[in-house]
Every structure is written in C-alpha cells, then in structure tokens.
Design a protein around this ligand. Structure first.
Ligand code: NAD
Length: 499
C-alpha cells in the first residue's frame, strides 16, 4: 500500500495531516507524509486536570466492567489489524509481518488484561491478635502518563493502557515525535471501542498529546500524574527517573538494552544461527531486545562465524512492504551515521568488521544498511554501548564463568540467552550466579517476548516491568487493612498502653 492509501484506510482527514508544525517522515523513502499539529505546553495543565476528573469517575466503575472496554478495544484492533500494521510499516519502517506482529501484541495484551480485570487479587493475612482480620486490597492509583519510543510505536502504549484501564487509571499518551500517526490511528480505534462501551467511560479517559521532550516533561513534572511509564533511551530515563522520584511519583522505566547470547560448545548451531539472525537483524536491529553481543565458545567460533557470514550474505535488504524483504530501513539518517561511527570506533579498538555498509542501489531513498558482524578482541567501551542499529559484536570465551562475566559486564540489563544442550550450563545461566538481566532465555534468542511474562530489565534498563505476570500491580496502590471485630483493643507486639 502507498502512504496515501494507508492513511485514508485509517480514516485520517486532510485537516489532521496538514497545516501543523511536526513533520512526519517515513523511513521507507524519506518523504514527509504529514505535517501534524502539536499539543501546546500551555495546554498540558488542562489536559492533566481532565484526566484527574476522569479518574474520579473511572475508579468507581467495577473492574470487570472496565475490562469490557479493553475487550472491545481488542475487537476493534482485530478489525483494524491490517491497516494499523501497514501504518506501523509506513511510520517505523518495520517489514509487513513485524508491523502486523506489533498489532497482534496489542490484541494479546487486551485479551490478557480482560482476564486480569477479574483477578485484581488481594490477600487475607493471618493476624497475631484474636478477633482481628488483616487484608490487602488493590485500588486505582490515578492518571498514568505514557511516554513511548519510536520503535514500538503502538505496542508499548497498549501494554500500559490495557493494564492501566482495568486498574482504574486514565491514560495520557505522549508517543515519540517520530511516530505520532500510529498513535493517532490507535486513538481512532480506541474511540470506536469507547462509542460501543457507552456512558461509563468518562471524557478524558484516554488522551493523546503530540510533541517532543517538552510535552513529555510536562507529564514528568506533574504531581497529578502519579504513574509515569517512560520507554526509550537510557539518556531519557536518566532525566525522567530522578524528576519523577523527586515529586514522589512512581516511574515505570523501560530503557536501553545491550543484549547478549552465549553459544556453548554443545549448542545446536543450526538453531542458534536462526536465533541469532532473527534477533540481531530483525527490525533492522532496532528492538530494545535486539541481539548486540555474541559470546561464543572458542572451540566453535570459526564454524559459527562461517555460518553467520553465509546467512548474512543472503539477507534481503529493501522496501519493508515488499514480499521477501527481511531488513527494512533504519529510522533516519542520524541512525545511519551512528552506525558508521560505532563501526569506526570498533575498528579503532581492534575489531574486524564484516558488512555494515549503506545500501543505496535497488532501495527507496531511506537509510538502508547491510547488517554488520564485528569480531572483537574483547568487550570494549563501544561494545558496552547500545547503538540502536544492526551491529552484532562477536567475542569468544573459554569457561562458562568467563562467558557469564562478559554477559553481565555491561551497564544495561534487559535481555539475555544461552544456546546449550547441557543442563548444568542452562540452569547455571538461569540461577543467581548466572544472567543479571530481567529476561534470561535458553535455546531462544533475546527478542520477541510473549505478552504473558513481565517485561523489563535491570540496571540502566530502568527496573520497570510491563505486560504480563503481576505487572498490573505497578498501576495500582496497595492498602493493608486490619479489622477488629473483638470487644478488646490488644496492641501488636504485645505492647501495653493502659490508660
Ligand atoms: P528516546 O529516548 O529518544 O525517546 C523516547 C521518548 O522519550 C520519546 O517520546 C521522546 O520524545 C521522549 N523524551 C525524550 N527526552 C525526554 C525528556 N527529557 N522528558 C520527557 N520525555 C522525553 O528513544 P527512541 O530513540 O525513541 O527509542 C529507542 C530507545 O528506546 C532505545 O534505547 C531502546 O532500547 C529503548 N527502548 C526500550 C524499550 C524497553 O522496553 N526497555 C522498548 C523500546 C525501546
């Protein structure tokens, strides 16, 4: 589909797409597909006040009924999957199946959250005092600000919004300035669900604000936004995290990764090669969980490198809409420059670079590259830095201890994996002496997580968790209650205080 057809199929009007000050550039061919209107910073207090008003009403709607709205959203997303997936391709440059996969992830989290809406379980706790009952209850927390990155332009909002809505929290979303159209389309889809849902949903339940860091900062600074979920670079998180903490807000930070795979001597190399290639070059290396470091046992390194070089040589780079393309464009020319300078630094640090050149023949006018494999003599500063492009640094190891040390010896802690058929190695990697990441896999790459597990990472990745498992607790406040149904007033710990 061409750009105009995609936008028309999602119901965009000319007024929405033109006359604004924020140009939207498609990474596919560098064309400006829209100039959209930005939110004024001066309007942010009123937007946040609207969200606070919505909270007063929404928190009193029973959670299973709140789940019904999310169920309807899932239905509308199913109906709009092809069109929204195509817009993800247009705006983020993902190949068609990954664009559709991103929308499927939205549908999956809606399904998950609907079930969750009937399972916001608290606890009953044994009291030490006779005639007393203790319990723990979860309550809605308040407006949730969502700041998202360009590379998962819609899924990250849905991870947050689906859970926040069933938890009883309104949402204010500031998408990346590089991907506002997918956000606008998602709000149109949500509006269809709201129309079907009826009057229980207050005005201002879900709002979209468009702009750059200054708009995000207004959410970050406001005490009336008690939850601030921010997804993006570690640089951004290092600014946002302390500001939210200073006003006693709750930050959910999902920041940069520098994900590794250990390939042990017993590994099924054919499977490992498939796992490596998908996770290192899929989405043109622009996933937070992309594989960036390969730690290979020295006995199999030569063999694995030959297989990888052969696999890399056959990877189709090009227009992400074309059948057969596996590597689409980088987000912009800035990413291409960052890639070339990382490769220059790696060479200066003793690395041998295979691939990594810009591609201009037979592709549209975007920033296309061949993915790079870089053999490194050790884990240098460049290897320890996340460069958000398809560069895979390869290092060798001798003992598993050494491999685990290399895996952990980076500032980031998002995703990790080991390929091995050795049970001791696999279990050691998953144990307390193994990977220090939020995600640790065996015989599967570091990217492409399912919605059921809690998603997030440690260290400079920020420590936040979203999506499945008990991530819903991040959107609610916990209340511990003790009820005394006896005729006495005994004090805890046997304290006596007679008056
Ligand atoms: P980015 O940090 O440049 O921007 C992310 C968002 O933060 C944008 O909406 C941006 O406008 C906003 N922002 C920037 N500075 C801000 C500030 N001072 N105050 C408030 N908001 C601010 O990131 P990007 O280039 O869009 O995305 C790529 C990065 O995101 C990579 O580092 C990647 O690893 C990370 N990422 C992490 C996850 C995760 O779940 N851990 C998921 C996706 C992307």
């Amino acid at each position: 589909m061409d750009h105009t057809t995609v936008l028309e199929s999602l119901g965009f009007t000319n007024a929405e797409l033109s006359g604004g000050t924020l140009p939207v550039v498609s990474p596919i061919d560098g064309t400006t597909v829209a100039n959209i209107h930005q939110t004024a910073v001066a309007d942010m207090p009123a937007i946040i006040a609207r969200s606070q008003d919505a909270f007063k009403a929404w928190k009193t709607v029973p959670a299973p009924r709140r789940g019904e709205l999310v169920r309807l959203l899932g239905e509308e997303l199913r109906a709009a999957k092809d069109a929204l997936g195509a817009l993800v391709t247009l705006e983020a440059g993902k190949i068609t199946s990954e664009g559709l996969g991103e929308v499927q992830e939205m549908i999956d989290i809606c399904d998950f959250a609907v079930g969750q809406s009937r399972q916001l379980y608290g606890l009953t706790i044994a009291s030490e005092r006779p005639g007393h009952r203790m319990s723990e209850t979860w309550h809605p927390m308040g407006p949730c600000g969502v700041i998202s990155a360009f590379n998962f332009p819609v899924a990250v909002w849905s991870w947050n919004a689906a859970l926040a809505l069933v938890a009883g929290d309104p949402v204010i979303w500031k998408p990346s300035e590089k991907s506002p159209l997918t956000a606008m389309a998602s709000m149109k889809i949500l509006q269809r669900a709201l129309d079907r849902f009826g009057d229980d949903a207050p005005d201002g339940l879900c709002q979209l604000v468009i702009g750059k860091a200054d708009i995000g900062e207004a959410l970050v600074a406001s005490k009336d936004v008690p939850i601030l979920s921010a997804t993006g670079s570690t640089r951004m998180g290092s600014i946002v995290g302390p500001k939210v903490a200073a006003r006693w807000g709750r930050a959910i930070l999902e920041l940069g990764g520098n994900n590794a795979m250990i390939v042990a001597p017993s590994a099924d190399l054919e499977m490992a090669v498939r796992g490596i290639v998908f996770s290192a070059v899929g989405t043109a290396g622009q996933r937070c969980t992309s594989l960036r470091r390969l730690i290979v046992h020295k006995s199999i390194k030569a063999d694995l490198m030959e297989r990888l070089k052969a696999a890399y040589a056959s990877l189709p780079v090009g227009d992400p809409r074309a059948d057969g393309t596996l590597i689409g464009p980088l987000i912009d020319q800035g990413a291409l420059k960052a890639m070339q300078s990382a490769l220059d630094r790696a060479r200066a640090e003793g690395g041998t670079v295979h691939g990594g050149a810009p591609v201009t023949d037979g592709v549209p006018a975007g920033a296309y590259v061949t993915p790079a494999l870089v053999e490194m003599p050790g884990q240098t500063e460049t290897v320890k830095t996340e460069t958000f492009v398809p560069i895979l640094y390869v290092m060798e190891y001798d003992t598993l201890d050494e491999a685990i040390h290399l895996q952990n010896d980076v500032p980031q802690g998002l995703s990790s994996c080991i390929f091995t058929l050795n049970l001791r190695e696999a279990e050691t990697f998953l144990s307390t002496t193994g990977s220090d990441c939020g995600i640790a896999n065996v015989n599967i790459g570091p990217s492409g997580a399912e919605i059921g597990g809690a998603f997030g990472g440690e260290k400079e990745t920020g420590g936040g968790r979203e999506s499945g498992s008990d991530a819903w607790k991040g959107y609610m406040r916990r209340q511990t209650s003790t009820v005394n149904y006896s005729a006495d007033l005994p004090l805890a710990q046997g304290v006596s205080f007679d008056i």
